[in-house]
Write a protein that binds this ligand. Structure first.
Ligand code: PLP
Length: 454
């Protein structure tokens, strides 16, 4: 039997899947016992599973399908490109038109000082690239001791060794001798979970200064870079207090270290600006991108490089011994260009800022009144609900009574919507094309799910 089509019953497909397919970030034992949900097609914000059930994709796949599913225009562009030039590399003084066109397009879209892009296939590879780039940069400046990269606990920068090390997910570090040498983590700006004994504004300043303390303790002459997501996505949609980024910016301006804004989730309109850096007025030296770059239609990532870093890397010869077979892959670049055409033509970034963003936010924040919710937060079109056992004592976690996040996630799916669970938080990050009617469905389903979980 082959699982190429969905003419086989769900149970048979689940058994094949369990027998041969190891899933990322999944408890394989329970998957084998319960069987995976099988998604067979998708259109707009709607998924269809192997039973024919329609499910609202409240996570845009994995925070990536900005333009919605099933855009023929992207498929056509990829097809045309594959017929013309399905593959060639960008190594050793060769290139091709789609990579050139995409690099130019990104330079125009990114903040003014970021005019060069290094291509790869994912956010993890982008951060692997960052790891080498910042160290190579300082080597070339004659400062080879500047090696330490500061990240944040609970930050997420991917699954390669470099990405896992830069990220602050302790469960991932436990898999080996991680993080690799030369990475230091500081606290995250998670007011609800870790800062509520102060006002959000005081906490924002307090936690930003952890960066200053870390640089001073390690020694500025040893610190190469600070990496952070403008809003932490996979860590639980941690939206920093308003005082956080201005204070971090002050600290960075006073010190000679590179700043890496990981825009893999925040980029391409999710916060109602093209990039989270623009939204927060922060000025990265390097900007990893992926996900929304192609809306997930094909795998592609990159690192946007500032003029300062690009020039610095050219010192003493412009060699940078790093690259991937699929850096700038022509079909992926064609998908990205068609995707950017749609985002621009349909004004999706402005739509998040002025239309669907505020519409959804107003309704999502009201879910904060639910008995099971300690805090509802949202920025642009990405949000979280913190589930709590006792609303009168909202900062006490579920730890002692069993975490309901996974239960809530499963109930939501049964009710026809994908929400993701991060610890006790429920997360949404829908496609940017979500309509008002679909937003109403999302809110009604989230409420029904909370009622049934409670
Ligand atoms: N950086 C951030 C901020 C992410 O959220 C992710 C993935 O969720 C990554 C990097 C890794 O991207 P990928 O899964 O494409 O390797």
């Amino acid at each position: 039997m082959t699982a190429q089509s969905n003419i086989y019953p769900t149970k048979a497909l689940q058994e094949l899947d369990a027998a041969h397919h190891w899933h990322p970030f999944s408890d394989m034992k329970s998957l084998n016992d319960e069987g995976s949900r099988i998604i067979t097609s998708a259109d707009g914000v709607w998924l269809t599973d192997s039973e024919g059930k329609k499910i609202l994709d409240g996570m845009a796949g994995l925070w990536c399908v900005q333009v919605g599913h099933g855009r023929k225009e992207i498929a056509d562009a990829v097809h045309k490109q594959m017929v013309e030039l399905s593959y060639y590399n960008t190594f050793f003084k060769t290139t091709h038109p789609p990579a050139i066109a995409l690099a130019e397009r990104l330079a125009k879209l990114a903040p003014d000082h970021l005019n060069t892009v290094f291509f790869c296939s994912s956010g993890s590879e982008a951060n692997d690239t960052v790891f080498r780039m910042v160290r190579t940069y300082w080597d070339k400046q004659g400062k080879p001791d500047k090696k330490v990269i500061i990240g944040r606990w609970n930050g997420y920068h991917g699954s390669t060794l470099a990405g896992t090390s830069l990220g602050g997910m302790k469960g991932m570090h436990e898999q080996g001798d991680l993080p690799v040498a030369g990475v230091h983590h500081i606290d995250q700006p998670y007011w609800f979970g870790e800062g509520h004994d102060m006002s959000p504004d005081d906490f924002g300043i307090h936690v930003a200064r952890k960066l200053e303390q870390a640089i001073d303790e390690i020694g500025e002459d040893k610190v190469a870079a600070f990496i952070a997501e403008p809003i932490q996505g996979a860590g639980g949609v941690i939206i920093p207090p308003e005082t956080y980024w201005p204070e971090v910016r002050r600290i960075l301006e006073e010190r000679e270290i590179l700043f890496v804004a990981d825009e893999v989730i925040c980029g391409f309109g999710r916060l109602g600006e093209w990039f989270g850096s623009t939204y927060y007025g922060i000025k990265p030296d390097l900007m990893p991108i992926a996900k929304g770059l192609t809306s997930g239609y094909l795998p592609m990532g990159g690192v946007m490089v500032s003029d300062k870093v690009a020039e610095g890397l050219m010192l003493a010869g412009g060699d940078f011994n790093h690259g991937y077979t699929y850096s700038g892959h022509p079909a992926c670049a064609a998908a990205a260009l068609a995707n950017l055409d749609i985002i621009e033509r349909e004004g999706l970034v402005g739509r998040v800022k002025n239309d669907i963003g505020p519409y959804l936010q107003e309704r999502w924040l009201k879910l904060g009144e639910h008995e099971l919710v300690g805090e509802a937060r949202m920025s642009g079109i990405v949000g979280a609900l913190e589930l709590v056992p006792d609303k009168k004592n909202p900062h006490k976690p579920f730890k002692d009574v069993g975490v309901p996040g996974l239960l809530c996630r499963d109930i939501s799916f049964e009710h026809g919507m994908v929400m993701r669970a991060v610890r006790d938080s429920m997360i949404i990050s829908p496609p940017l094309v979500l309509t008002h009617e679909e937003a109403d469905f999302l809110i009604a389903t989230a409420e029904k799910t909370l009622n049934d979980t409670y």
